[in-house]
Design a protein around this ligand. Structure first.
Ligand code: ATP
Length: 500
């Protein structure tokens, strides 16, 4: 191979990632033949594998690596009082504002945050911070007129009409509702859950008692959540139907800050362990705390459209369990025998909760943005560009492709034999169409870490070449070593090792 120069292209554009995701079977717009449904997406043949790998990794990192964290799969439909107790019926609102000329609706807080980000990009971070802080105060005081005045004072214009002809700011509830029951008179309004956390809270005692769990312990859950988001933008970053991976960790009151810090650090390490560069991640402490929290921060990733939240770490106090106690009139308390043994008066208490909450879809987008690479390759006199997905091998949808060099001379038979042997351990692809170069390119585009070529030498000495996706280098090895070679790279163990 001739000398090669690689020039990675920084900051892939979101539009490149969207078209790549569509073209190679990762993500399709929902109901596309009917022109799609806003902010709803389907995962294609590659997307579902990548997403499942992300979810499995999260699940195992929570439940398998931590003796005191167990899983749950609660229903999406819940009793309507759950959402009264949690505060979602009364206050799960976004402040919205319409532009009278374009008739477009915006989240008022997002318009202001974007202005603040603009100041920061222009080098005036202090002005940006002051603006965000002022907005935080107004929202806290529920001063919607004040928020509108701020938008006007800052001369924020609608990007479509270019005017500042704004309506009032109004609150808009984000929950989807539907009817349960077949007879109209008996039917009841219920909600599609806007977060998975409440399924955990209402099952707190079921799990604690049947699992004989001792505080501190956690309950993890992966499941769909639904929000009627006003601003549906930025691809799968903000969807109306999405998936959350949440873990509620129940602790003794007074110890919550220790656990908050511990989970904050553990979760950040996790993002780095899956290959996200440390300088693309940051913590963002909340200025305005939600009604249930006494501390909260976001783990943010530098998306092509700026640093944005991927995961929330929240210290939720005893708010949720206490609320459910009151509305259900059932005790949701824990009897702490250890306090007795420590010589303190033993008794029942409502545990405090530290939550880690991450969106599977946002994580997917982060992984995709971080993996998407374009490079220029110079070979001799010619230069060509290559696009590939530098996914962590443990997350890659396909682990290896088996490629017979030609369609004759017994090579397909030999290659099929290898494929049949390895398919029990890894998700594999067998491909014999087109030139080997084109086949390598196709695997690069879906992020397959290894391409195994079967050639004439294979028939003689049972060796194959293994091409590395990132370096494009090839090594020759015996077929008998393939399994352990691939396993070493794709096993979750390599990630777990960085977490403990
Ligand atoms: P944002 O401020 O971006 O609306 P949030 O603070 O409302 O997010 P949380 O309620 O803390 O989000 O939800 C936890 C996680 O769920 C988020 O960090 C994000 O990864 C994911 N999430 C929330 N809303 C959406 C959505 N509409 N689409 C995709 N993922 C979402």
């Amino acid at each position: 191979m001739a000398t090669q120069e690689k020039t990675p292209v920084e900051n892939a554009q979101l539009k490149d990632i969207i078209s790549h995701a569509k073209e190679y079977g990762f993500i399709f717009p929902s109901s596309e033949i009917y022109d799609g449904l806003q902010a709803v997406y389907d995962y294609g043949q590659m997307g579902v594998e990548l997403k499942n790998n992300i979810k499995n990794l999260w699940w195992k990192s929570m439940t398998q690596l931590n003796q005191n964290v167990v899983g749950l799969d609660a229903a999406i439909f819940m009793h309507p009082l759950v959402w009264k107790a949690s505060g979602h019926v009364d206050s799960f609102n976004d402040p919205m504002i319409d532009n009278k000329d374009s008739k477009k609706r915006y989240r008022a807080d997002v318009l202001i945050e974007e202005k603040a980000a603009q100041y920061e990009n222009e080098g005036d971070k202090a002005r940006g911070d002051a603006l965000t802080a002022e907005m935080g105060k107004l929202l806290e005081a529920e001063d919607l007129d004040g928020v509108r005045e701020l938008i006007i004072r800052e001369d924020i214009k609608c990007p479509i009409s270019g005017t500042a002809n704004w309506t009032e700011v109004r609150q808009f509830n984000l929950m989807f509702s539907t009817q349960i029951g077949s007879v109209a008179e008996d039917s009841q309004t219920i909600y599609l859950r806007p977060e998975t956390a409440q399924g955990i809270f209402v099952n707190f005692l079921n799990v604690q008692k049947t699992g004989r769990m001792k505080v501190p312990f956690g309950i993890a859950q992966i499941g769909k959540a639904f929000r009627n988001e006003i601003v549906a933008r930025q691809f799968i970053f903000r969807m109306r139907e999405f998936e959350q991976m949440e873990m509620q960790f129940f602790v003794r009151p007074g110890t919550e800050m220790e656990w908050y810090e511990q989970w904050r650090d553990t979760r950040r390490k996790w993002h780095e362990a899956i290959g996200i560069p440390a300088d693309k991640l940051r913590f963002h402490n909340h200025d305005k705390l939600a009604h249930y929290a006494n501390a909260a921060l976001d783990i943010e990733f530098q998306f092509p459209f700026g640093f944005k939240e991927v995961e929330g770490i929240h210290s939720r106090t005893d708010f949720d369990l206490t609320q459910h106690q009151e509305l259900s009139r059932k005790k949701l308390q824990y009897f702490d025998n250890d306090l007795n043994e420590e010589g303190k008066p033993y008794g029942n208490y409502v545990p405090y909760v530290v939550e880690t909450s991450v969106g599977a879809d946002r994580l997917f987008l982060m992984v995709l943005c971080s993996a998407y690479q374009e490079e220029e390759i110079t070979e001799g006199d010619s230069t060509k560009s290559r696009t590939f997905l530098k996914l962590h091998p443990a997350l890659a949808p396909v682990k290896a492709a088996i490629l017979p060099l030609t369609k004759k001379d017994g090579l397909p038979e030999k290659a099929t034999e290898i494929f049949e042997d390895l398919k029990y351990d890894f998700n594999m692809i067998y491909e014999e169409r087109d030139s080997i170069g084109k086949r390598y390119t196709r695997q690069d585009l879906i992020g397959t870490p290894f391409c195994i070529a079967v050639d004439h030498q294979t028939l003689e000495d049972n060796t194959v070449t293994v091409r590395d996706r990132d370096t494009r280098e090839q090594v020759r090895m015996p077929i008998s070593e393939l399994k352990s070679y691939i396993d070493k790279a794709v096993n979750f163990k390599s990630i777990f090792a960085k977490l403990t």
